[in-house]
Design a protein around this ligand. Structure first.
Ligand code: AMP
Length: 252
């Protein structure tokens, strides 16, 4: 059974009772899929205990309708956490996580301005601030992050190092559906036609063609590319398909 913890003080008590046992932590925004589950399973394998969190963090949404439409599937999520062997689920609310009303903000002023940061103002401030809070509350030895959000992973790892935080940030491989589409909570928001077209994003991204050729092909297929750029031996992309913004990355 996964134990649901809604209060910070309650978690602190439980954490104390775990003594010197190892603890892995997996922060999420819920609507869990196989990508999330792979992080949970890795943490369960590598630690005595695993804590997951579900919190749809309002400060990282620059578009209010994106926040409003974010899928919520808590009953299913709990089932998946149980199947994965997760021990604890931290389910905080907004007031608890922002006692300061978001006066204090963690900002990175270089990488966070590029790629997703250039198109979603304030997004990474929100991400870094909430992850700093969650890491401080969790008190875990390791935190598992997906390479699906490559830029986010780099920024969180950098933050943990810059602030001498005690948690090690562990990168985990990007998990894809059978047709190549990267698992994402937002995939559920695609229309059936868009869902059929969505795997083209990965197919074109991994085609080995020049970036401008890829962009042309994607535009022709009806994607609206936000950015498509090489960064440290990876190719990063964000593109809209209808109203849904998809991100992906490959080695290249
Ligand atoms: P989210 O719920 O979107 O905030 O994601 C929570 C964690 O799951 C983040 O570390 C993501 O990078 C990771 N994640 C999301 N999708 C995938 C995926 N397809 N493969 C691997 N990790 C993922």
């Amino acid at each position: 059974m996964v134990k649901i913890v809604k209060e910070i003080a309650e978690w602190k008590e439980i954490k104390r009772s775990l003594g010197h046992s190892s603890l892995g932590f997996v922060p999420t925004m819920g609507a869990l899929h196989k990508g999330h589950v792979s992080l949970m399973e890795r943490s369960v394998r590598e630690n005595d205990y695993t804590l997951a969190s579900i919190f749809v963090n309002p400060t990282q949404f620059n578009d209010p309708s994106d926040l409003e439409n974010y899928p919520e599937t808590l009953t299913d999520d709990i089932k998946k956490l149980e199947e994965a062997g997760v021990d604890f689920l931290f389910l905080p609310n907004k007031e608890m996580m922002y006692p300061d009303g978001y006066r204090y903000i963690i900002t990175e002023n270089s990488l966070s301005r590029k790629f997703c940061g250039a198109h979603r103002p304030g997004h990474f401030d929100g991400v870094l601030s909430i992850v700093m809070k969650l890491l401080n509350i969790a008190g875990a030895g390791k935190c598992y992050m997906g390479e699906k959000d490559w830029q986010q992973y780099l920024l969180i790892k950098g933050m943990a190092e810059a602030f001498f935080m005690k948690t090690e940030i562990v990168p985990c491989p990007l998990i894809r559906e059978e047709d190549g589409l990267a698992y994402s909570s937002r995939n559920a928001l695609l229309t059936p036609d868009e869902r059929k077209k969505a795997p083209l994003l990965y197919q074109i991204l991994s085609s080995g063609k020049e970036l401008n050729e890829m962009e042309e092909l994607l535009n022709k297929e009806g994607f609206k590319v936000d950015y498509l750029e090489r960064f440290e031996e990876r190719i990063l992309i964000a593109a809209f398909l209808g109203k849904v913004r998809l991100i992906d990355n490959v080695q290249g």
